[in-house]
Design a protein around this ligand. Structure first.
Ligand SMILES: [Zn+2]
Length: 487
């Protein structure tokens, strides 16, 4: 679905709304009486749709100046310093960097080669956090499993000396549901393979493209380490393996990875506020992550997320009146290597909750942008506000740019704000069209040219309008089912 630029107000209208540095900020008669929150939300929406340079400029500079930003790298740290300086220059308050220690994973030189029944170079990428092979590599026969469940059904010891491979295909879906179905093989496959005696783990890339690029991604620590050298193979190479197996051929590969770890690394979250006018202690938390995988430049994962929330908050910051509540932007570090549970919990979302424990009860709402840059098609509000006057206002503002009401309140708001949500902060979800996202996700192809500026603007419009409405309201988004009746 595509919104129409016919909906946009003239740029002149923007000047009555926003105080732009260097532009005279007059007091037109229209502002004599304060506009209703809904009117302001419509103006924010239309200003973003009309074309707002902040978001595109942000992601362009971020990816150009700093390139890949793996967790704990010098690039990630330099990007955080730049982001903090830029947020200050944009007029945000309370801008600072919060550092936390991590063990960084560093990709080494790597290769994959089919050695039997024919010789053929393969396109593969080591999975994040996975250990190196010996310098000469690991060679073994490959045992294929069509699904992760089939691997888990294999008997203990049955893969002794073999390389286990899951060939499961990911399904393309608008809401990205195919990813959650396929990704367990990546996070937990190395452990399942190791438990059955395998010497290495291979995975058909978790992605929807048919190009010879490999999709990396993190794997789970077991007892403090990833158990096996593990690799994602490009989809066409995975297809080749399946055809060879169907011909009854024994597939033998050699895998080489020079990956390493740095135990004394650190990552960081960047914090920036638009301070609320009436209830500054109440916080609407917007999240996205500044780190990226190392193969591309992290344009759609998640440079655009950081650009969308920053641009939306900047539009709100430039209003003549502050919202009642504080709008907080957090650019998280170390998201891509996130471990689902401790002891590997050293990632930005956990670090934020630890550092901000005392004020979490005053976080009234949170949301995260981390599914690329294509159009938002649905909005899910937390249970307590899923229907009613607030939701109706949101729908009146967002429906004209193609955003429908989600069927349910969000069950999962994303990994950066996940720990905050687990700690009780209500979450909203602005669902982005994920049809092409997983063609590019975690590959060398995640670069700036994939960003569609019109759709980027639509994202900023939806975020600015919704966040404004929430921050300027007194709505209680918490559910109080377990507590005493709430007034
Ligand atoms: Zn991401």
């Amino acid at each position: 679905m595509h919104h129409s630029r016919i909906l946009c107000g003239p740029r002149a209208r923007l000047l009555t709304l926003l105080c732009i540095p260097g532009v005279l900020c007059g007091a037109p008669a229209a502002l004599a009486a304060p506009a209703s929150p809904e009117t302001v939300a419509v103006q924010l929406r239309d200003a973003a749709i009309a074309g707002h340079d902040i978001a595109y400029t942000w992601v362009s500079e971020l990816t150009t100046r700093f390139g890949p930003r793996p967790a704990g790298s010098a690039n990630e740290q330099a990007a955080a310093e730049w982001a903090a300086a830029r947020l200050k220059a944009l007029g945000f308050e309370n801008v600072h960097i919060e550092t936390f220690p991590i063990t960084a994973w560093v990709r080494g030189s790597e290769s994959a080669q089919l050695v039997a029944p024919i010789s053929q170079p393969l396109v593969a990428a080591a999975l994040g956090e996975s250990p190196p092979t010996p310098p000469g590599g690991i060679e073994g026969d490959v045992v294929l499993f069509g699904t992760f469940n089939e691997l888990k059904a294999a008997a203990p010891g049955s893969l002794s000396g073999k390389i286990a491979m899951v060939t499961q295909h990911m399904v393309r879906a608008q809401d990205g549901a195919g990813y959650s179905a396929a990704v367990a093989a990546r996070t937990d496959g190395p452990q399942a393979a190791a438990e059955r005696g395998a010497i290495a783990f291979l995975l058909r890339s978790v992605g929807t493209d048919s190009h010879r690029i490999a999709h990396t991604g993190t794997t789970r620590y077991v007892d403090g380490r990833v158990p096996l050298p593990s690799f994602a193979l490009s989809a066409p190479d995975g297809d080749q393996f399946e055809r060879l197996a169907a011909l009854g051929q024994t597939i033998r590969v050699r895998l080489v990875s020079g990956a390493s770890y740095r135990a004394d690394a650190h990552s960081q979250n960047v914090i920036a506020d638009v301070r609320g006018g009436e209830r500054p202690q109440e916080i609407v938390l917007l999240g996205a992550h500044l780190d990226s995988w190392d193969q591309g430049t992290g344009a759609i994962d998640d440079g655009t997320g950081t650009a969308i929330i920053t641009a939306a908050a900047k539009l709100i910051r430039d209003l003549p009146h502050r919202p009642r509540r504080t709008v907080r932007v957090v650019l998280f570090g170390s998201e891509e290597v996130a471990q689902p549970a401790p002891p590997g919990g050293a990632f930005g979302g956990h670090a934020y909750v630890t550092t901000h424990q005392a004020e979490l009860a005053n976080h009234v709402l949170t949301g995260e942008s981390d599914l690329g840059t294509d159009d938002i098609y649905a909005v899910g509000l937390p249970k307590a506000a899923f229907s009613g006057a607030f939701a109706d206002t949101v729908m009146r503002v967002l429906t004209p740019i193609g955003v429908l009401r989600a069927e349910h309140p969000p069950e999962d708001a994303g990994s950066d704000v996940g720990p905050s949500v687990e700690a009780g902060v209500p979450a909203f979800l602005l669902n982005q069209d994920a049809m092409r996202y997983f063609d590019i996700h975690h590959t060398p192809d995640d670069t700036l040219d994939k960003v569609d500026r019109t759709q980027l603007d639509q994202n900023v419009a939806a975020w600015a309008a919704l966040v404004w409405l929430a921050a300027d309201s007194a709505v209680d988004f918490h559910s109080h089912e377990a507590a005493a009746p709430h007034p």
